[in-house]
Design a protein around this ligand. Structure first.
Ligand code: ADP
Length: 367
């Protein structure tokens, strides 16, 4: 178990990590999601011992490793740029760290060979042992990089945007594989990503970082269904956000009118998931009482297993609708086609004046 207690780190008195506390369980896949500049790399560097925090402690089991040099921490690090030795073969790259590490180097060449073979099998690289790393694909390089770390049997493996350099197809495949590999080893993965679908697909738990603070730590489903703040909802890239205010018991945003959830003092924003929106065509109006707005079709985009439709609202803002191809055939709309977009009150999330989520049960109670 790794525990971070009140970690803070700033650069030129500008905070990058602010009072961050977190327990990382054994045998867990943890993803760290945040927009660019939110402090992800800094946190990883602090954990790896490449930066010293100004405050706080890092415990690994019952040991305080806050001041311990990187190579003595028992952590593995997988970087986005692979950091491989180009003049070595795949198996030499993977065996190198084991034979040359600071603690307990393995000097028996037969033992190194056995563990190299075992690790290459685990990451799916059998058959490529003798290739120079300059002669393999990006996805294979990423596997070598992973193998090189995993062979040292770290307790916790830090992965810095490990799939960032891969194309979308390969990334999806590696997502599944990374989960399998981690599970087979029972090692804890701490995976940093700026990609929300990756964070949701990979993690047993997710940490959402914003301006150096962990603003939500929860299972991906929870983060997805109940983002803690408007900003989290925004970087999940799954919600339409309607800014507005309360006028006489009704939340108003442009032409949209919705009843205010009971107990809510102030509201600044409502959120409707892309996949919870109905599209009504040919002048059809929404059911009485259902929130709705009028919009015109702009474009659609196929994204693997789903289609995203973009509609322009009267105020010029974009409203997105998503359909999974497993549940419906794609619709086609004409450019500029007028539609009514509608949704159910129970699918609406409300945020207060501070941008914090108003608890779901409360909001649903009013629906
Ligand atoms: P992320 O990885 O989420 O993009 P970073 O951890 O790289 O975010 O950066 C967090 C903040 O700390 C940013 O404001 C960034 O400019 C600043 N920062 C990071 N590293 C340094 C550094 N070595 N010197 C000065 N500022 C830094």
């Amino acid at each position: 178990m790794m525990e971070l207690i009140g970690l803070s780190k700033s650069f030129d008195s500008k905070p990058a990590i602010v009072d961050l506390s977190l327990r990382v369980e054994d045998d867990e896949y943890l993803t760290l999601l945040g927009p660019s500049g939110s402090g992800k790399s800094t946190l990883l560097r602090v954990l790896a011992g490449l930066e010293r925090p100004e405050a706080g402690r890092i415990m690994l089991g019952d040991q305080d490793i806050t001041a311990r040099p990187t190579h003595l921490r028992g952590l593995g690090i997988v970087q986005q740029n692979y950091a491989l030795f180009p003049h070595m073969t795949v198996e030499e790259n993977v065996g190198f760290g084991l034979a040359h590490r600071a603690q307990d180097p393995v000097t028996d060449t037969a033992e190194v060979a056995r563990r190299v073979a075992q690790t290459l099998e685990l990451v799916g690289l059998l058959g490529l042992e003798r290739r120079m790393v300059g002669q393999i694909s990006g996805g294979q390089k990423q596997r070598v990089s992973l193998a090189r770390t995993l062979i040292t049997e770290p307790k916790v493996c830090l992965l810095d945007e490990p799939l960032g350099a891969l194309d979308a197809n390969l990334r999806e495949r590696m997502t599944v594989e990374l989960r399998k590999i981690r599970k087979a080893l029972g090692v804890t993965f701490f995976h940093v990503t700026g990609n929300e679908s990756e964070a949701i697909a990979m993690g047993d738990r997710m940490i959402v970082l914003d301006e150096g603070r962990a603003i939500q730590i929860a299972e991906p489903d929870t983060v997805f269904d109940a983002p803690a703040t408007v900003r989290v909802a925004r970087f999940l890239n799954a919600y339409n956000l309607l800014r507005g205010s309360v006028q006489g018991g009704t939340f108003e945003s442009g032409e949209v009118r919705m009843p205010v959830p009971s107990g809510a003092q102030s509201l600044s924003c409502a959120a409707v998931r892309y996949d919870a929106v109905r599209v009504l065509r040919s002048g059809a109006e929404a059911e009485a009482g259902a929130p709705a707005l009028h919009a015109t079709f702009v474009a659609s985009e196929f994204m693997g297993s789903k289609v995203v439709y973009f509609f322009r609202m009267a105020d010029g803002g974009m409203f997105e609708v998503e359909r999974h191809l497993s549940s419906s055939d794609p619709e086609t709309y004409g450019e500029g086609e007028h539609v009514t977009l509608s949704w159910r009150m129970q699918d609406v999330l409300f945020f207060d004046a501070n941008g914090d989520l108003i608890e779901l049960a409360q909001a649903k109670g009013a629906a």
